[in-house]
Write a protein that binds this ligand. Structure first.
Ligand SMILES: [Zn+2]
Ligand SMILES: [Zn+2]
Length: 251
């Protein structure tokens, strides 16, 4: 079943959260032939999300609508319980910060010069592991976002990510195959082929997403993600309903 579980209906602008704002995404998804669309706004906009809008959208939409949230994971956050207490279908954990450094924010690239890449990748994946083991999340967002400007570690990335991947596998958390990386400097899907191959060996389930911030981006390069997954050996995707995992066809 064709899904896109990581879409930002409010972009980087934020509330108001209205049917008028979200509807073009539903239309775009339908045009792309998707059967399911999952909104996952940035959690900084949580204050403005209206669950009645999700209910209304579900009533109006010809395709399935899911209620997700992309949560910026920081180990010092103490509000995860409150965030998780709303009626989500799933929560996506995304590491966007190393300490006070928002590495994917505008200007974030400058600070890579301060780091040894192997160490940076290790620190990044340790945060991914902590997010996975926290018990709050169903999906790890853009698993290797740290590569977004094209900085590569010296050691094989699979070695650096291995401890985190084992934690993800043990926790039963899914990894998203996120096509937004194709449109960043790095120019490749998150996660890389090597990491996805290791995910497959570890039986880690996967979702597919565009990380769209505008309706035109919904479902973009989805066929590339599907081809990649099939080549690696995946035959199924997963989706979530009220945080319970459901297995669906890879298409
Ligand atoms: Zn993100
Ligand atoms: Zn996102």
């Amino acid at each position: 079943m064709s899904t896109d579980l990581h879409v930002h209906g409010l972009g980087h602008i934020g509330p108001p959260h209205t049917i008028e704002r979200l509807w073009p995404y539903v239309e775009a998804a339908q045009k792309q032939g998707l059967r399911e669309l999952g909104f996952a706004e940035h959690d900084e906009y949580l204050y403005g999300l209206d669950f009645k809008v999700f209910e209304e959208l579900r009533r109006l939409s010809p395709i399935e609508i899911k209620r997700g949230l992309e949560v910026s994971f920081r180990p010092d956050r103490c509000d995860l319980e409150t965030v998780a207490s709303r009626p989500w279908d799933y929560l996506i954990a995304s590491v966007h910060d190393i300490g006070a450094w928002g590495f994917d924010s505008p200007g974030g690239e400058a600070f890579y010069a301060d780091w040894d890449m192997d160490e940076l990748y290790s620190v990044y994946f340790e945060l991914v592991a902590r997010a996975a083991s926290s018990g709050f999340f169903q999906i790890i967002g853009h698993l290797d976002l740290i590569k977004l400007y094209g900085h590569r570690p010296r050691r094989p990335v699979v070695e650096l990510a291995e401890p985190a991947l084992r934690v993800v596998a043990r926790a039963g958390v899914a990894v998203e195959v996120n096509t937004a990386g194709l449109y960043k400097l790095v120019g490749e899907i998150y996660p890389s082929v090597e990491l996805l191959e290791r995910c497959f060996e570890l039986n880690i389930p996967v979702t597919v997403s565009s990380d769209a911030h505008s309706p035109e981006e919904v479902g973009r390069s989805r066929e590339k993600a599907i081809r990649l997954l099939k080549r690696i050996g995946y035959t199924k995707l997963v989706t979530f309903r009220e945080r319970r995992r459901e297995v669906i066809a890879l298409e």
